[in-house]
Design a protein around this ligand. Sequence first.
Ligand SMILES: C[S@@+](CC[C@H](N)C(=O)[O-])C[C@H]1O[C@@H](n2cnc3c(N)ncnc32)[C@H](O)[C@@H]1O
Length: 325
Amino acid sequence: MDSRLRAHLLAIEPSDEEFVDGLFGFVLRRDADTEARERALAKLAEGTLSRATLLEELVTSNEFIRVRQLDDAVAFGRGARDRGERPRRLEGPPATDERVVEIPWVLARLRSGRVLEVGYAFAEPAYVAGLLEAAPRELVGLDLAQGAVPGMETVQGDVRELPFPAADFDQVLLVSTLEHVGADNERYGVEGVADGGGMRAALREVRRVLRADGSLLVTVPLGEPEDYGWFRQEDVRGWTRLFTHAGFFVEEQEVYELTADGWHAAPTFEAAGVRYGERGPAAGAVLCVELSPNRLRRWVSLDGLKRTARRKAGPTWHRLRPLDS
Ligand SMILES: C[S@@+](CC[C@H](N)C(=O)[O-])C[C@H]1O[C@@H](n2cnc3c(N)ncnc32)[C@H](O)[C@@H]1O
């Protein structure tokens, strides 16, 4: 049979219902809402809409732009990790939130052992799917909110009091979550105890459950220090002080800033006057950091000193060396 005829026959094989449901899932990564589904089915039945035109409507929608941005972010992070790269100087599209740089930064640095994701319950599904696809040996999600994710062990709990023994994890991930700890989490439908020292308590707990050679990846909003009620924003100095006071060593850090051209690395970023939500839909800048829990060991062991020297050699090293060298 002619291969084009075979393709046409395949395209008309599913019922209209199957086609519409499948297309929404495949293109927009969600179920069709009732109104759009009924409209599409009625028009397909009366012949005023073709399957190709419905496909075009979905891929040219504003909603698909976001799907594509997140897909690109996940694909980039996954590819970099597979190649053993630690990419820096990422770039992201304009007028977007910080996930477009946080996701690839974190996924590229994801370890393969036992990993704890804190704050997974309201994470972008594309990011959670990216974590699952990367398949660390064990993936555990912890959140004040409850949620089920196939393939991930989920635990409802407070990061300030982790229900895990000491040295239990190879890596902990805090993606846009640390700044919410101890703040008003009503918008997430959860009631955590509000407490000004929440972030310090969280970091102490995370340090306790990390193995000595473990890694903590953190992304946090950056700008003029301010308490927004539902989260806290700090400048680089403020965040770094918090990390080092909790006993962490800053292995790697990068600042990203949102400008009219999009997201880009900003090593000389000035936090003064940068308020959340004023440059785009969310943060105006973000700090991406990898921390290690054992500051002392880093300074007294030969391996630690070598790693420090390499880190100080600058960003190019991170691009050239494989992940675990
Ligand atoms: C902005 S959302 C996290 C975003 C998500 N990590 C992502 O990648 O898009 C903040 C999350 O932190 C959780 N959270 C806030 N305080 C917490 C705490 N003390 N312990 C555990 N989870 C907490 C909230 O329930 C919410 O799911």
